[in-house]
Design a protein around this ligand. Structure first.
Ligand code: SAM
Length: 270
């Protein structure tokens, strides 16, 4: 197989940043290690032919396969517990008051990976609203650009390590053990979550604005202008008074951020 020239690397990482936001300008080795097998398996003579085909932009399957390989999907249940404490203690009591009329909450997990984040949210909603009167409509939209990772989120199988941060009572209540020892999620937690493929560089087309948006540990892979534009798009689809969570290792630029800062990694549309 022919090697990966600096010129083809440049063309490929520029295309990926422009179309999907992911900044790989210093990740040539990562691209080589994650895509070499695909280049061979798909019958290309080398990276040059592969890059040409990707840049034509017509081969959706090849592009989707590339995204499956290049995205970083690391996640686990109850990641960054501070967010879930804030959800339970501040946001849910407030949303309960606000939505007494329609009894309907709208939450978006943007960059949901294999489902641990939206399923954790679903558990918190279930716990909170179990004690409340009436039938609450608690749907969580969960989106990701990688079709493979969405498939595993929709057919969830988890190991013990992934759920170790959850309270033991939730581990037994909300998971079902499979014959091979792995775990799957109970239907009542699963049913609140709707998974959809979505590229965060596209304009959101969802029917309702959101009371709360999680976009955690996704924008770390984006450059600053892409991040700023994305935060503005999130802002457009947040209800006034709604919240926005980012990962604790990320930051938003004070000068350009339309949300008000509440506490680390928590923002609100005032
Ligand atoms: C590290 S995971 C974060 C999972 C979860 N939010 C968390 O904090 O644990 C980042 C996810 O963002 C997704 N992602 C990256 N670029 C994206 C884009 N342009 N549109 C949608 N999702 C994207 C990746 O596929 C990956 O599953």
């Amino acid at each position: 197989m022919q090697g990966f020239t600096d010129e083809d690397f440049q063309r490929l990482h520029t295309y990926i940043r422009k179309c999907f936001g992911i900044d790989l300008h210093n990740k040539k080795q990562l691209i080589v290690s994650r895509l070499s097998n695909t280049v061979t398996a798909e019958g290309f003579n080398g990276f040059h032919e592969y890059v040409e085909e990707i840049l034509r932009g017509q081969n959706k399957e090849l592009i989707s396969g590339m995204l499956n390989k290049l995205t970083t999907n690391y996640t686990y249940f109850l990641r960054e517990k501070e967010h879930f404490d804030f959800l339970q203690n501040i946001i849910l009591p407030e949303l309960e008051k606000r939505h007494q009329g329609d009894k309907c909450l709208s939450i978006w997990s943007a960059g949901c990976s294999s489902g641990e984040e939206p399923y954790t949210i679903s558990m918190y909603l279930k716990e909170y609203f179990a004690r409340k009167q009436g039938n609450w409509d608690l749907r969580i939209l969960a989106t990701d650009i990688s079709q493979n990772i969405l498939n595993s989120a929709m057919n969830p199988v988890y190991g013990m390590d992934s759920i170790s941060k959850l309270p033991p009572a939730w581990q037994s209540k909300y998971f079902v053990k499979k014959p091979d020892g792995n775990l799957t999620i109970s239907p009542d937690i699963r049913n609140n979550v709707i998974f959809r493929p979505f590229n965060l560089l596209d304009t959101p087309h969802w029917k309702r604005p959101f009371d709360l948006i999680f976009c955690r540990n996704v924008m770390i892979y984006f450059d600053q202008p892409t991040k700023d534009a994305l935060v503005n798009r999130f802002y457009q689809v947040t209800v006034p008074g709604g919240w926005f969570f980012i990962g604790h290792s990320e930051g938003l630029t004070k000068q350009t951020c339309p949300y008000a800062y509440i506490e680390p990694a928590i923002y609100q549309k005032k």
